[in-house]
Design a protein around this ligand. Structure first.
Ligand code: GDP
Length: 365
């Protein structure tokens, strides 16, 4: 399954956020390094469309789709040189598909900051630098090897890789992350195998106090200004408050709490949806009396690959797919009505599945 890693300096609110994201109970205490083992949480993706489909189909059960979130142990200055839990931490990041970088934007004298004051841009730079140093180490190692190959074999692939490596090196040495380097499609392909930490898709979460959750604050502004060239999302969340909301028993109670704060949707659900986007994932549905279910597939997948998400046999034995668009399903009210109105489309192996498609796969066993 695809995974997002939560990173950030100690005491910025990672565990608090992770706790409200997942049912797993990570420890949250006011001192660094309390989250030593990476905690994995499986999180359901909120989707309004499932609620609609449930009303229409009245199935025995409804199954939402999920994303995995890993709370990664605290990073400190010097991690790339093995300080703190440095290397272990970096290895954990390498395994994730995308990064959620939590920045402390709340003031609270009772919660110590590792560097003594609240400055999310400085904090972000600390982490970025550690990741960049680690990437630089990776790159330097590869350059040495690739130079040798390029010289002896005259392999054009090696030459191309070397060009890419040098571009990355220049960026990293000037304090920029690998994701800021522009590459051609061909270069992109060689770059993928490098698994650079600073090349992973990223989003920023500004952890604010309750009073700033709607308005933001000066720290949030500073972060937004700092990352504006990265095309990354910046979410404003009050993790502590969200944790309190998550403890309320009923949906109505939680909604009332949110209304009081002036929020339409909980930050957590916003975060989950953004993470889903960050990973470039889409959703299709299957809708039957037994079960209405959301399935995750990578954007651009063709019908057999999308079918394979349900079962590998569906992919291997794929014959065709019957597809109804979500809007048409809702407008007409049932599969039968769609069929009669000619709104059930028969699609083959080359069909690129779209977000919101309601799928029925036909396959040989
Ligand atoms: P981590 O080290 O990044 O995982 O940070 P934790 O989630 O353990 O949080 C560190 C401390 O800050 C805990 O005592 C939390 O209760 C507190 N904390 C987290 N988020 C907030 C917040 O939004 N506001 C305030 N005032 N305290 C927070």
């Amino acid at each position: 399954a695809l995974q997002c890693g939560i990173v950030g300096l100690p005491n910025v609110g990672k565990s608090t956020l992770f706790n409200c994201l997942s049912n797993a109970k990570a420890q949250s205490a006011n001192f660094p390094f309390c989250t030593i083992e990476p905690n994995v949480g499986v999180i359901t993706v909120p989707d309004e469309r499932l609620v609609q489909l449930e009303k229409l189909v009245k199935p025995q059960k409804v199954v939402p789709t999920t994303v995995e979130i890993v709370d990664i142990a605290g990073l400190v200055k010097g991690a790339s040189k093995g300080e703190g839990l440095g290397n272990k931490f970096l290895a954990n990041i390498r395994e994730t598909d995308a990064i959620i970088h939590v920045l402390r934007c709340f003031e609270d004298d009772n919660v110590t900051h590792v560097d003594g004051s609240i400055d999310p841009v400085r904090d972000k730079d600390v982490i970025d630098m550690e990741l960049q140093l680690k990437d630089l180490e990776t790159i330097d190692g590869r350059i040495t090897k690739t130079e040798k190959i390029a010289k002896t074999s005259k392999d054009p692939e090696a030459k191309r890789l070397l060009d890419v490596l040098l571009k990355y090196k220049a960026a990293l040495e000037s304090g920029k992350s690998a994701r800021t380097v522009e590459l051609s499609d061909q270069e992109q392909k060689v770059a993928k195998d490098l698994f650079l930490l600073t090349n992973k898709p990223i989003m920023y979460v500004c952890n604010v106090d309750e009073a700033s959750v709607v308005t933001g604050n000066k720290h949030v502004e500073a972060v937004k200004e700092n990352v504006k060239d990265e095309e990354a999302q910046v979410l404003v969340i009050a993790a502590q408050t969200e944790a309190e909301i998550a403890e309320l028993e009923t949906f109505e109670e939680r909604q009332m709490f949110l209304d009081d704060l002036g929020l339409r949707e909980s930050g957590v659900s916003k975060l989950i949806r953004s993470a889903y986007q960050l990973l470039n994932l889409k959703t299709y549905f299957t809708a039957g009396e037994k079960e209405v279910r959301a399935w995750t597939f990578p954007a651009g997948a063709l019908a057999p690959q999308a079918a394979g998400v349900i079962h590998t046999d569906f992919e291997k034995g794929f014959i065709r797919a019957e597809v109804i668009k979500y809007d048409e399903y809702v407008a007409l009210g049932s599969e039968q009505a769609c069929k009669e109105a000619g709104k059930m489309h028969i699609e083959g192996k080359e069909y690129e599945v779209q977000d919101g498609d309601i799928m029925h796969f036909r396959f040989n066993v």
